[in-house]
Design a protein around this ligand. Sequence first.
Ligand code: HBI
Ligand code: FE
Length: 291
Amino acid sequence: MADFEHVFDTPPEGAAADWTISQNWRAYTEVEHDTWDTLYARQMDILPGRASEAFLKGLGALDLNTGGIPDFALMNPKLKALTGWTVVCVPGLVPDEVFFDHLANRRFPSGQFIRKPDQLDYLQEPDIFHDVFGHVPMLTDPGFADYMQAYGKGGQRAQGLGMLKNLARLYWYTVEFGLIEEAGTLRIYGAGIVSSATETVFALEDPSPNRIAFDLERIMRTDYRIDDFQQVYFVIPSIEALNDATYEDFGPIYDRLKGQSTIPVDAIQPYDRVLTRGTQAYAQKGGRFAA
Ligand code: HBI
Ligand code: FE
């Protein structure tokens, strides 16, 4: 983490005890607003037909393309009316317990800064484009809104039980890099994918990654990489199914996981339901790649 610019141990100067800061929307420069517009336009060229309908509907409802970086004072009333969520500004990555406390109270922490023009394609830290464009549209979906709050509550508990590493994998493979089946096709809904032009195409169309049916315990045992495209994606049948599969006491699962090995990112297990190993297997299932 040492090379992350926006990471602190205690709330930096000007931040409140809960790590929030003012968005200070008026202070964004023309270059920063242009960066938002460029990234937004680039994603809208490729997301229709690839992103989940829930994401596209949410994006439209929030009206995030009025020119430049969205002003939270204008966006939050729309979001709050839909699902009771709001977005708060933070200086960068915040400690896990702070992050969970916000989620458990239906507040999504967003970075205040936006990437530099020479970082359009990739940065490891979550900036306002990743956080707002990537995460917030899904928070307009009532089922997904509940899932995120449950993750915040579960995070607090997992931390106490020493199982955060396992729970964080669930977040990674759903909230950040999840795929969903819609009308017999694969769509993306994970924020790490929908906010990345290159991974938007890779996640659905590249033959190399494994695409495996969602399996809670399997995911909690699976490693992940933060520095490259994913080698495995997990596919949920629906948001409702995701909630059903995770609406249970994780205590017994955590007990079982303690005795089990970690599954490498590129491994396939005998019990995996592999939806595609690249485009061919998926085409055989009558998927969108058959055309
Ligand atoms: N802080 N701002 C911010 N954004 C995140 O996504 C985030 C964080 N702190 C901790 C964290 N994520 C994760 O490590 C937890 O989900 C485990
Ligand atoms: Fe994220």
